[in-house]
Design a protein around this ligand. Structure first.
Ligand code: DX5
Ligand code: ZN
Length: 226
């Protein structure tokens, strides 16, 4: 089974939005692999965050992968705007609309990597018939909408199931919500290879701490990952 290198994706949801460019440059310099962007609409999730304008604004500040997690419904009308803004990965929620396959085709047609996120109550089997249309699976390990929530332990079983579903395909297996250096090892052992971390990287919003925090998560994961 081919395994991709472990990647760390700090979520800018917990960045200081008043100096967002500086925050993005700081995690880039601190060793982030992906820049995770949480897009919320106040409809699919009970919070409102940011849109394509902000993706375009941060794009000049990093060459790293911009990983857009769309917690919006409908998503399809906005896919082109996120692609044009500079997203590299566009992830939609399986629960966000009735035509997941169509959304995935639309993302790939825009030349972007297509991701699917599933909420804590959604089974991995929901992805079985679109797995060849997916470049990234995102297992939500909290209920989407807010940073700083506690990790839901049932997520480990879902990560193992998703790893089995992926098989030898070059699909990222990302986990998002409540990730810390304390659970990174167990997450990697279960099969996750992209770890999203908001609070665990950005709390305190002191850029001098980011490299050490990213390294702590990476080291904890790599200690266990096989
Ligand atoms: C939640 C978002 C997450 C969030 C993670 O809806 O999708 O990316 O920022 O934050 P932490 O790491 O604080 O749980
Ligand atoms: Zn997210």
């Amino acid at each position: 089974m081919s395994r991709q290198p472990l990647r760390i994706a700090p979520s800018i949801l917990s960045a200081d939005f008043a100096r967002l460019g500086e925050e993005v440059r700081a995690i880039d310099a601190g060793g982030a692999d992906y820049v995770h962007v949480d897009v919320m609409d106040g409809h699919f999730v009970p919070n409102i965050t940011i849109g394509p304008l902000i993706v375009a604004a941060i794009r000049p500040h990093t060459q790293k992968v911009i990983d857009c997690h769309l917690m919006i419904a409908p998503a399809d009308p906005y896919l082109a705007a996120f692609a044009q803004a500079g997203a590299d990965i566009i992830t939609v929620h399986a629960e966000a609309g009735p035509h997941l396959h169509r959304s995935l085709q639309a993302i790939r047609a825009l030349g972007k990597r297509a991701g699917v996120a599933i909420n804590p109550a959604t089974p991995v089997s929901a992805l079985a018939h679109v797995v060849d249309d997916i470049d990234l699976i995102l297992i939500m390990s909290v209920n989407p909408g807010f940073g700083g929530q506690s990790f839901i332990a049932e997520s480990y079983a879902k990560i193992r199931q998703a790893r089995a579903l992926i098989g030898g395909r070059p699909i990222d297996l990302e986990v998002d919500g409540g990730v810390t250096a304390a659970n990174a090892g167990e997450l990697a052992a279960a099969g996750a290879d992209v770890l999203v971390a908001g609070t665990a990287v950005f709390s305190g919003n002191d850029p001098s701490t980011y490299a050490g925090r990213i390294a702590a998560i990476r080291n904890a994961a790599q200690t266990v990952q096989v």
